[in-house]
Design a protein around this ligand. Structure first.
Ligand code: PLP
Length: 410
């Protein structure tokens, strides 16, 4: 195995297939226009996905749309997402965003005062923090905060924090900053052993890192579609393992969460009803159909290439950028590489003066590089449409900036 071939846990992942990635890249006009290194913010759409959304809109313009076709599209997207993570379609609900999915699971649980949730808030997105404070105020639960370790979600510390009152552990599969992956296998096994629900925010990994719900003991996984799944804002998927879902009682309930067989969506409405099996009980009303058209088309492409191959490709490029930037003298959060390596590179780290990062960001942005600044640090992120020329472009720009006498370290 070469240095640029990362590992998932201890298993080597397939070598990248350059031709497949070149063909994929050609479908992304944005990848030709920009050095696009910001899937952690949102992905760019392939032109085939644009065509699928256009076809949906054309139906609406011409005929007002065909409801049966719209639902067929949603079911296709649900099934594709299920296949992507090796789950069953009934274990997937259609949601709006990460916040909604996390809240749906958290609020459906029958909490009692004093029950605990374990979370490493320093590494979580605010949308995986406020819900716990809200439940603390509303139901008297106790969020147990575990400190991060050098930017990592410390899985062993999280496990050590699980006590007799712990009911859930909530964590990101890959953190939004610095973009390290969490060891879900170890954390999930410990949760399963102790009867604790593991709720995962998959915003940063869906469509980029391989997830296998039959192998990794995750109870619920929440994803949105505008990042690695290459879709649009306003739609997401909520995986809930069937046995867990069927022990939960949704706080919001509407027609699609109720089992009326093949009856029309406007039928039903009395107080004698059964919830849909599995995670479908979390479906509410009509969906974001254009977003379903988009993500359905994009997931077909992701499945053709294969997420394990995408993971190897994106993580390999991230590693080569990280090492190249380090050789130029920049501080990189997360080197030397290890199992935490994902598709992201963060320049900077905890503490220190990174006031030089904003001018460097402006220089890169003016020269066609799309990246993001989070908490004052530069964040680059890769997907299947990136290639080695993107890495080379950033390294050339940083080298030129440094050689012109600009500061690139604290
Ligand atoms: C890890 C993580 N969680 C959540 C979000 C956003 O949550 P929502 O989809 O509810 O806007 C982001 C960023 O967009 C994120 O990176």
């Amino acid at each position: 195995m070469t240095a640029s071939q990362p590992m998932i846990a201890s298993q080597p992942i397939p070598a990248p297939r350059g031709d497949v990635f070149a063909a994929a890249r050609a479908r992304f006009p944005g990848a030709a226009k920009w050095t696009y290194l910001d899937v952690a913010g949102r992905g760019i759409l392939p032109s085939t996905t644009r065509a699928a959304v256009d076809a949906y809109l054309d139906m609406n313009v011409a005929d007002g749309g065909d409801k049966a076709a719209m639902f067929a599209m949603v079911e296709s997207a649900r099934a594709r997402f299920a296949a992507l993570i090796n789950a069953a379609p009934d274990e997937i609900a259609i949601i709006k965003n990460i916040s909604e999915g996390l809240n749906a699971v958290a609020c459906a649980y029958p909490w009692r005062e004093g029950d605990e949730v374990v979370v490493c808030a320093e590494r979580e997105h605010p949308n995986n923090i406020y819900l716990w404070h809200n439940l603390a105020r509303r139901c008297g639960i106790v969020p147990v905060q575990v400190a991060n370790e050098g930017g990592h979600v410390p899985v062993e510390r999280m496990i050590a924090a699980i006590g007799p009152k712990t009911r859930m552990v909530s964590v990101s599969s890959t953190t939004f900053l610095p973009g390290f992956r969490t060891d879900l296998d170890t954390l999930g096994a410990a949760c399963r052993e102790r009867g604790v629900i593991l709720l995962v925010d998959g915003a940063q990994s869906a469509g980029i890192l391989a997830h296998d719900m039959a192998r990794t003991p995750v109870d619920a996984l929440v994803v949105s579609t505008q990042k690695g799944l290459l879709g649009l804002y306003g739609m997401g998927f909520l995986y809930v393992r069937r046995a867990v879902a069927e022990g939960l009682s949704p706080v919001y309930l509407a027609r699609f969460g109720v089992d009326l067989g093949d009856a029309h969506e406007a039928d039903g409405g009395n107080d004698d009803y059964a919830l849909m099996p599995g995670a479908r009980r979390f479906d509410l009303g009509n969906h974001n159909f254009p977003a379903a058209a988009a993500v359905d088309a994009s997931m077909a492409m992701l499945a053709d290439v294969g997420v394990p191959a995408i993971e190897a490709h994106a993580c390999g490029l991230a590693l080569s950028l990280a090492e190249g930037l380090k050789d130029l003298g920049l501080p990189i959060w997360g080197l030397p590489p290890g199992p935490h390596l994902a598709n992201m590179v963060t320049v900077g780290g905890p503490g220190g003066d990174f006031s030089w990062a904003e001018p460097l960001y402006a220089h890169l942005a003016q020269n066609g590089v799309k990246l993001s600044v989070r908490r004052g640090l530069l964040r680059f992120s890769f997907h299947l449409y990136n290639d080695a020329s993107d890495v080379g472009r950033v390294l050339d720009l940083v080298r030129g900036w440094r050689d012109a006498g600009n500061r690139i370290s604290s």
